[in-house]
Design a protein around this ligand. Structure first.
Ligand code: HEM
Length: 349
Protein backbone atom coordinates (compact mmCIF):
# COMPACT_ATOMS: atom_id res chain seq x y z
CA UNK A 1 0.00 0.00 0.00
CA UNK A 2 1.22 3.57 -0.61
CA UNK A 3 1.88 6.11 2.17
CA UNK A 4 -1.58 7.73 1.93
CA UNK A 5 -3.21 4.29 1.98
CA UNK A 6 -1.15 3.26 5.06
CA UNK A 7 -1.99 6.54 6.79
CA UNK A 8 -5.75 6.03 6.27
CA UNK A 9 -5.59 2.29 7.13
CA UNK A 10 -3.92 3.08 10.46
CA UNK A 11 -6.59 5.63 11.42
CA UNK A 12 -9.60 3.80 9.96
CA UNK A 13 -8.73 0.14 10.57
CA UNK A 14 -11.31 -1.44 8.27
CA UNK A 15 -10.32 -4.43 6.16
CA UNK A 16 -10.92 -3.51 2.53
CA UNK A 17 -11.09 -7.21 1.64
CA UNK A 18 -13.90 -7.58 4.22
CA UNK A 19 -15.83 -4.66 2.74
CA UNK A 20 -15.34 -6.06 -0.78
CA UNK A 21 -16.56 -9.51 0.34
CA UNK A 22 -19.58 -7.96 2.09
CA UNK A 23 -20.64 -5.83 -0.88
CA UNK A 24 -19.93 -8.54 -3.43
CA UNK A 25 -22.96 -10.71 -2.76
CA UNK A 26 -23.86 -13.37 -5.33
CA UNK A 27 -26.95 -12.24 -7.28
CA UNK A 28 -29.38 -14.70 -8.91
CA UNK A 29 -29.31 -14.75 -12.70
CA UNK A 30 -32.82 -13.38 -13.23
CA UNK A 31 -31.70 -10.01 -11.82
CA UNK A 32 -30.06 -9.39 -15.20
CA UNK A 33 -33.56 -8.39 -16.32
CA UNK A 34 -34.70 -4.93 -15.23
CA UNK A 35 -38.18 -6.13 -14.19
CA UNK A 36 -36.62 -8.33 -11.48
CA UNK A 37 -34.05 -5.75 -10.35
CA UNK A 38 -36.57 -2.91 -10.08
CA UNK A 39 -35.72 -2.24 -6.39
CA UNK A 40 -32.61 -0.27 -7.41
CA UNK A 41 -34.69 2.18 -9.50
CA UNK A 42 -36.65 3.87 -6.66
CA UNK A 43 -33.41 3.90 -4.62
CA UNK A 44 -31.67 5.84 -7.40
CA UNK A 45 -34.63 8.21 -7.79
CA UNK A 46 -34.75 8.80 -4.03
CA UNK A 47 -31.13 10.02 -4.16
CA UNK A 48 -32.11 12.38 -7.03
CA UNK A 49 -35.03 13.64 -4.89
CA UNK A 50 -32.78 14.32 -1.90
CA UNK A 51 -30.20 16.27 -3.95
CA UNK A 52 -32.76 18.32 -5.94
CA UNK A 53 -34.92 18.78 -2.81
CA UNK A 54 -32.02 20.27 -0.81
CA UNK A 55 -31.23 22.67 -3.68
CA UNK A 56 -34.89 23.73 -3.94
CA UNK A 57 -35.02 24.25 -0.14
CA UNK A 58 -32.30 26.92 -0.49
CA UNK A 59 -34.96 29.11 -2.13
CA UNK A 60 -38.30 27.83 -0.83
CA UNK A 61 -39.99 29.88 1.94
CA UNK A 62 -42.70 27.94 3.82
CA UNK A 63 -45.27 30.62 4.71
CA UNK A 64 -48.56 31.53 2.99
CA UNK A 65 -47.28 35.03 2.20
CA UNK A 66 -44.02 33.87 0.60
CA UNK A 67 -44.36 30.24 -0.60
CA UNK A 68 -45.96 30.90 -3.99
CA UNK A 69 -43.58 33.74 -4.85
CA UNK A 70 -40.53 31.65 -3.84
CA UNK A 71 -41.64 28.79 -6.13
CA UNK A 72 -42.30 31.30 -8.92
CA UNK A 73 -38.79 32.68 -8.39
CA UNK A 74 -37.31 29.16 -8.67
CA UNK A 75 -39.36 28.42 -11.81
CA UNK A 76 -38.85 31.69 -13.67
CA UNK A 77 -35.82 33.60 -12.32
CA UNK A 78 -33.26 31.37 -10.54
CA UNK A 79 -30.51 29.91 -12.78
CA UNK A 80 -31.61 26.43 -13.86
CA UNK A 81 -34.40 26.63 -11.26
CA UNK A 82 -36.94 25.37 -13.82
CA UNK A 83 -34.67 22.38 -14.48
CA UNK A 84 -34.23 21.55 -10.79
CA UNK A 85 -37.95 21.85 -10.15
CA UNK A 86 -38.69 19.73 -13.21
CA UNK A 87 -36.24 17.03 -12.06
CA UNK A 88 -37.81 17.01 -8.58
CA UNK A 89 -41.38 16.91 -9.86
CA UNK A 90 -40.77 14.23 -12.53
CA UNK A 91 -38.45 12.34 -10.13
CA UNK A 92 -41.37 12.12 -7.68
CA UNK A 93 -43.68 10.77 -10.37
CA UNK A 94 -41.16 8.19 -11.55
CA UNK A 95 -40.21 7.20 -7.98
CA UNK A 96 -43.82 6.47 -7.05
CA UNK A 97 -44.33 4.54 -10.31
CA UNK A 98 -41.09 2.58 -9.70
CA UNK A 99 -42.06 1.71 -6.10
CA UNK A 100 -45.45 0.43 -7.32
CA UNK A 101 -43.84 -1.59 -10.16
CA UNK A 102 -41.25 -3.08 -7.76
CA UNK A 103 -44.03 -3.99 -5.33
CA UNK A 104 -45.97 -5.61 -8.20
CA UNK A 105 -42.99 -7.72 -9.26
CA UNK A 106 -42.48 -8.82 -5.62
CA UNK A 107 -46.19 -9.62 -5.37
CA UNK A 108 -46.57 -11.51 -8.65
CA UNK A 109 -43.42 -13.57 -8.10
CA UNK A 110 -44.56 -14.46 -4.54
CA UNK A 111 -41.23 -13.10 -3.23
CA UNK A 112 -42.95 -11.87 -0.03
CA UNK A 113 -43.58 -15.44 1.16
CA UNK A 114 -41.82 -17.07 4.10
CA UNK A 115 -39.23 -16.05 5.32
CA UNK A 116 -39.62 -12.56 3.75
CA UNK A 117 -42.97 -11.57 5.34
CA UNK A 118 -41.40 -8.87 7.54
CA UNK A 119 -39.61 -7.31 4.58
CA UNK A 120 -42.94 -7.04 2.75
CA UNK A 121 -44.36 -5.18 5.79
CA UNK A 122 -41.31 -2.92 5.85
CA UNK A 123 -41.97 -2.39 2.10
CA UNK A 124 -45.55 -1.35 2.86
CA UNK A 125 -44.20 1.24 5.33
CA UNK A 126 -41.95 2.48 2.52
CA UNK A 127 -44.96 2.75 0.20
CA UNK A 128 -46.95 4.78 2.76
CA UNK A 129 -43.96 7.11 3.39
CA UNK A 130 -43.47 7.58 -0.37
CA UNK A 131 -47.14 8.49 -0.90
CA UNK A 132 -47.05 10.89 2.06
CA UNK A 133 -43.94 12.53 0.60
CA UNK A 134 -45.89 13.04 -2.64
CA UNK A 135 -48.88 14.52 -0.79
CA UNK A 136 -46.88 16.91 1.41
CA UNK A 137 -44.68 18.00 -1.54
CA UNK A 138 -47.71 18.81 -3.70
CA UNK A 139 -49.10 20.96 -0.86
CA UNK A 140 -46.00 23.17 -0.61
CA UNK A 141 -46.48 25.18 -3.81
CA UNK A 142 -49.46 27.13 -2.41
CA UNK A 143 -51.33 27.10 -5.70
CA UNK A 144 -55.11 26.83 -5.76
CA UNK A 145 -55.02 23.07 -6.28
CA UNK A 146 -52.31 22.38 -3.70
CA UNK A 147 -54.08 24.56 -1.11
CA UNK A 148 -57.48 22.96 -1.68
CA UNK A 149 -55.92 19.49 -2.00
CA UNK A 150 -54.37 19.90 1.46
CA UNK A 151 -57.64 21.26 2.89
CA UNK A 152 -59.65 18.38 1.43
CA UNK A 153 -57.00 15.88 2.64
CA UNK A 154 -57.21 17.26 6.20
CA UNK A 155 -61.04 17.20 6.13
CA UNK A 156 -60.99 13.61 4.91
CA UNK A 157 -58.71 12.52 7.76
CA UNK A 158 -61.20 14.25 10.11
CA UNK A 159 -63.84 11.63 9.17
CA UNK A 160 -61.78 8.75 10.65
CA UNK A 161 -63.47 7.75 13.93
CA UNK A 162 -61.64 8.60 17.22
CA UNK A 163 -58.20 9.61 15.84
CA UNK A 164 -59.46 11.65 12.84
CA UNK A 165 -59.83 15.05 14.55
CA UNK A 166 -56.41 14.66 16.23
CA UNK A 167 -54.81 13.82 12.87
CA UNK A 168 -56.41 16.88 11.28
CA UNK A 169 -55.26 19.14 14.13
CA UNK A 170 -51.73 17.74 13.95
CA UNK A 171 -51.53 18.19 10.18
CA UNK A 172 -52.92 21.73 10.01
CA UNK A 173 -51.68 23.04 13.37
CA UNK A 174 -55.22 24.23 14.14
CA UNK A 175 -58.86 23.70 13.19
CA UNK A 176 -58.38 25.12 9.69
CA UNK A 177 -55.49 25.86 7.28
CA UNK A 178 -53.54 28.73 8.90
CA UNK A 179 -50.18 30.50 8.97
CA UNK A 180 -48.49 27.53 10.69
CA UNK A 181 -49.75 24.87 8.28
CA UNK A 182 -47.18 25.23 5.51
CA UNK A 183 -44.20 24.97 7.87
CA UNK A 184 -45.64 21.67 9.17
CA UNK A 185 -45.93 20.31 5.64
CA UNK A 186 -42.40 21.51 4.91
CA UNK A 187 -40.84 19.86 7.99
CA UNK A 188 -42.72 16.64 7.25
CA UNK A 189 -41.72 16.72 3.57
CA UNK A 190 -38.11 17.86 3.93
CA UNK A 191 -37.06 16.25 7.22
CA UNK A 192 -39.32 13.78 9.04
CA UNK A 193 -40.48 11.61 6.11
CA UNK A 194 -37.08 11.42 4.30
CA UNK A 195 -35.30 10.46 7.55
CA UNK A 196 -37.93 7.80 8.33
CA UNK A 197 -37.66 6.56 4.74
CA UNK A 198 -33.86 6.31 4.96
CA UNK A 199 -34.07 4.33 8.22
CA UNK A 200 -36.76 1.98 6.88
CA UNK A 201 -34.83 1.53 3.61
CA UNK A 202 -31.72 0.54 5.59
CA UNK A 203 -33.77 -2.18 7.29
CA UNK A 204 -35.25 -3.20 3.92
CA UNK A 205 -31.92 -3.54 2.10
CA UNK A 206 -30.37 -5.11 5.24
CA UNK A 207 -33.00 -7.87 5.21
CA UNK A 208 -32.62 -8.33 1.43
CA UNK A 209 -28.88 -8.86 2.06
CA UNK A 210 -29.47 -11.28 4.94
CA UNK A 211 -32.02 -13.41 3.07
CA UNK A 212 -30.56 -12.94 -0.42
CA UNK A 213 -32.93 -12.27 -3.32
CA UNK A 214 -35.56 -14.98 -3.90
CA UNK A 215 -34.44 -17.55 -6.46
CA UNK A 216 -36.98 -17.98 -9.20
CA UNK A 217 -37.34 -20.83 -11.65
CA UNK A 218 -38.90 -20.19 -15.03
CA UNK A 219 -40.78 -22.83 -16.95
CA UNK A 220 -39.25 -23.89 -20.26
CA UNK A 221 -36.11 -21.77 -19.78
CA UNK A 222 -32.85 -23.41 -20.71
CA UNK A 223 -30.49 -23.87 -17.78
CA UNK A 224 -27.94 -21.09 -17.47
CA UNK A 225 -24.32 -22.26 -17.07
CA UNK A 226 -24.02 -20.31 -13.78
CA UNK A 227 -26.92 -19.59 -11.45
CA UNK A 228 -25.32 -16.56 -9.83
CA UNK A 229 -23.19 -13.64 -10.84
CA UNK A 230 -21.31 -11.12 -8.69
CA UNK A 231 -22.86 -7.92 -7.39
CA UNK A 232 -19.63 -6.12 -8.17
CA UNK A 233 -18.92 -5.18 -10.90
CA UNK A 234 -21.62 -6.92 -12.98
CA UNK A 235 -24.78 -5.89 -11.15
CA UNK A 236 -23.22 -2.54 -10.29
CA UNK A 237 -22.79 -1.83 -14.03
CA UNK A 238 -26.42 -2.83 -14.72
CA UNK A 239 -27.55 -0.35 -12.03
CA UNK A 240 -25.18 2.30 -13.42
CA UNK A 241 -26.72 1.97 -16.90
CA UNK A 242 -30.24 2.12 -15.41
CA UNK A 243 -29.22 5.25 -13.44
CA UNK A 244 -27.80 7.00 -16.52
CA UNK A 245 -30.88 6.09 -18.59
CA UNK A 246 -33.12 7.48 -15.84
CA UNK A 247 -31.11 10.71 -15.72
CA UNK A 248 -31.56 11.16 -19.50
CA UNK A 249 -35.29 10.38 -19.20
CA UNK A 250 -35.69 12.81 -16.27
CA UNK A 251 -33.81 15.57 -18.10
CA UNK A 252 -35.93 15.03 -21.22
CA UNK A 253 -39.17 15.18 -19.21
CA UNK A 254 -38.06 18.28 -17.27
CA UNK A 255 -37.17 20.04 -20.54
CA UNK A 256 -39.98 18.89 -22.85
CA UNK A 257 -42.77 18.94 -20.26
CA UNK A 258 -41.63 21.71 -17.89
CA UNK A 259 -43.50 22.37 -14.65
CA UNK A 260 -45.51 25.61 -14.73
CA UNK A 261 -47.15 27.76 -12.07
CA UNK A 262 -50.89 27.38 -11.52
CA UNK A 263 -53.06 30.18 -10.09
CA UNK A 264 -52.05 31.19 -6.51
CA UNK A 265 -54.05 29.84 -3.54
CA UNK A 266 -57.22 31.74 -2.71
CA UNK A 267 -58.87 30.50 0.51
CA UNK A 268 -62.08 32.35 -0.42
CA UNK A 269 -62.62 30.76 -3.84
CA UNK A 270 -63.14 26.98 -4.07
CA UNK A 271 -62.02 25.77 -7.52
CA UNK A 272 -64.69 24.09 -9.63
CA UNK A 273 -62.66 20.92 -9.96
CA UNK A 274 -60.37 19.73 -7.15
CA UNK A 275 -58.03 16.88 -8.07
CA UNK A 276 -55.14 15.35 -6.14
CA UNK A 277 -52.02 14.00 -7.87
CA UNK A 278 -52.55 10.90 -10.09
CA UNK A 279 -51.34 8.46 -7.41
CA UNK A 280 -54.32 9.39 -5.21
CA UNK A 281 -56.91 9.11 -8.01
CA UNK A 282 -58.12 5.66 -6.87
CA UNK A 283 -58.54 6.80 -3.25
CA UNK A 284 -60.28 10.01 -4.39
CA UNK A 285 -62.71 8.17 -6.67
CA UNK A 286 -63.47 5.80 -3.79
CA UNK A 287 -64.26 8.79 -1.58
CA UNK A 288 -66.70 10.09 -4.16
CA UNK A 289 -68.46 6.71 -4.32
CA UNK A 290 -68.93 6.21 -0.58
CA UNK A 291 -69.63 8.52 2.36
CA UNK A 292 -66.58 9.95 4.20
CA UNK A 293 -66.39 7.54 7.16
CA UNK A 294 -67.31 4.41 5.13
CA UNK A 295 -64.73 5.32 2.48
CA UNK A 296 -61.99 5.89 5.07
CA UNK A 297 -62.75 2.71 7.02
CA UNK A 298 -62.85 0.53 3.89
CA UNK A 299 -59.61 2.08 2.61
CA UNK A 300 -58.01 1.53 6.02
CA UNK A 301 -59.13 -2.10 5.85
CA UNK A 302 -57.60 -2.54 2.36
CA UNK A 303 -54.27 -1.09 3.54
CA UNK A 304 -54.43 -3.40 6.59
CA UNK A 305 -54.97 -6.43 4.32
CA UNK A 306 -52.06 -5.32 2.10
CA UNK A 307 -49.80 -4.95 5.17
CA UNK A 308 -50.52 -8.44 6.43
CA UNK A 309 -50.89 -10.01 2.97
CA UNK A 310 -48.05 -12.59 3.38
CA UNK A 311 -49.89 -14.15 6.34
CA UNK A 312 -53.34 -13.93 4.69
CA UNK A 313 -51.88 -15.48 1.52
CA UNK A 314 -50.30 -18.35 3.53
CA UNK A 315 -53.70 -19.04 5.12
CA UNK A 316 -55.50 -18.92 1.72
CA UNK A 317 -52.97 -21.29 0.14
CA UNK A 318 -53.38 -23.76 3.04
CA UNK A 319 -57.17 -23.45 2.94
CA UNK A 320 -57.68 -23.77 -0.84
CA UNK A 321 -54.52 -25.79 -1.65
CA UNK A 322 -53.84 -23.55 -4.66
CA UNK A 323 -50.52 -21.66 -4.73
CA UNK A 324 -51.50 -19.17 -7.46
CA UNK A 325 -54.58 -17.80 -5.70
CA UNK A 326 -52.69 -14.58 -4.87
CA UNK A 327 -51.92 -14.04 -8.58
CA UNK A 328 -55.63 -13.91 -9.44
CA UNK A 329 -56.41 -11.66 -6.48
CA UNK A 330 -53.51 -9.43 -7.54
CA UNK A 331 -54.73 -9.26 -11.16
CA UNK A 332 -58.23 -8.22 -10.01
CA UNK A 333 -56.72 -5.63 -7.58
CA UNK A 334 -54.40 -4.18 -10.26
CA UNK A 335 -57.25 -3.94 -12.81
CA UNK A 336 -59.48 -2.20 -10.25
CA UNK A 337 -56.75 0.33 -9.38
CA UNK A 338 -56.12 1.03 -13.09
CA UNK A 339 -59.86 1.32 -13.75
CA UNK A 340 -60.45 3.74 -10.86
CA UNK A 341 -57.39 5.81 -11.83
CA UNK A 342 -58.57 6.15 -15.44
CA UNK A 343 -62.11 6.91 -14.35
CA UNK A 344 -60.91 9.75 -12.10
CA UNK A 345 -58.52 11.00 -14.81
CA UNK A 346 -61.19 11.15 -17.51
CA UNK A 347 -64.11 12.80 -15.68
CA UNK A 348 -64.23 16.28 -14.16
CA UNK A 349 -66.34 15.40 -11.09
C1 HEM B 1 -38.02 3.25 -2.16
C2 HEM B 1 -38.61 2.06 -2.20
C3 HEM B 1 -37.92 0.69 -2.29
C4 HEM B 1 -36.61 0.38 -2.55
C5 HEM B 1 -35.44 1.35 -2.81
C6 HEM B 1 -36.47 -1.06 -2.51
C7 HEM B 1 -35.30 -1.77 -2.75
C8 HEM B 1 -35.23 -3.15 -2.92
C9 HEM B 1 -34.12 -3.88 -3.52
C10 HEM B 1 -32.81 -3.24 -4.05
C11 HEM B 1 -34.43 -5.20 -3.51
C12 HEM B 1 -33.57 -6.34 -4.10
C13 HEM B 1 -34.25 -6.99 -5.35
C14 HEM B 1 -34.78 -6.04 -6.39
O1 HEM B 1 -34.03 -5.17 -6.85
O2 HEM B 1 -35.97 -6.16 -6.72
C15 HEM B 1 -35.73 -5.32 -2.88
C16 HEM B 1 -36.38 -6.52 -2.62
C17 HEM B 1 -37.62 -6.62 -1.97
N1 HEM B 1 -38.53 -5.61 -1.75
FE1 HEM B 1 -38.13 -3.64 -1.99
N2 HEM B 1 -37.70 -1.60 -2.21
C18 HEM B 1 -38.62 -0.57 -2.09
C19 HEM B 1 -39.98 -0.70 -1.84
C20 HEM B 1 -40.65 -1.90 -1.56
C21 HEM B 1 -42.07 -2.05 -1.35
C22 HEM B 1 -43.09 -0.90 -1.44
C23 HEM B 1 -42.31 -3.38 -1.08
C24 HEM B 1 -43.60 -4.09 -0.78
C25 HEM B 1 -44.61 -3.63 -0.13
C26 HEM B 1 -41.01 -4.08 -1.12
C27 HEM B 1 -40.82 -5.42 -0.84
C28 HEM B 1 -39.66 -6.13 -1.14
C29 HEM B 1 -39.44 -7.56 -0.90
C30 HEM B 1 -40.41 -8.53 -0.21
C31 HEM B 1 -38.18 -7.87 -1.44
C32 HEM B 1 -37.52 -9.24 -1.50
C33 HEM B 1 -37.75 -9.75 -2.92
C34 HEM B 1 -36.98 -10.99 -3.27
O3 HEM B 1 -36.37 -11.60 -2.39
O4 HEM B 1 -37.02 -11.34 -4.48
N3 HEM B 1 -40.04 -3.15 -1.45
N4 HEM B 1 -36.20 -4.06 -2.54
Amino acid sequence: MNRTGDWIAERVPISLEGVAAMSNEPVPYHLKRWWFALGGTPAYLFVVQIITGVLLAFYYQPAPATAYESVRYITEDASYGWYLRGLHKWGATLMIAAVVLHQMRVFFTGAYRRPRELNWMIGMTILVCTLLLGFTGYSLVFEQLSYWGATVGANISDTVPVVGPIMKQALLGGEVYNDRTLSRFFILHGAVLPVVLILVLMMHIGLVRLHGVTELTFEGEEKKPAKYFNFFPEHFYTELIIGLTLMILLSALATLLPVHMGPPADPLVTPEVIKPEWFFYTAFRWLKLFSGTTAMLTQGFIVFVMFFWPFIDAWLVRRFKYADISVWIGVVGALLIMGFTMWEALVAH
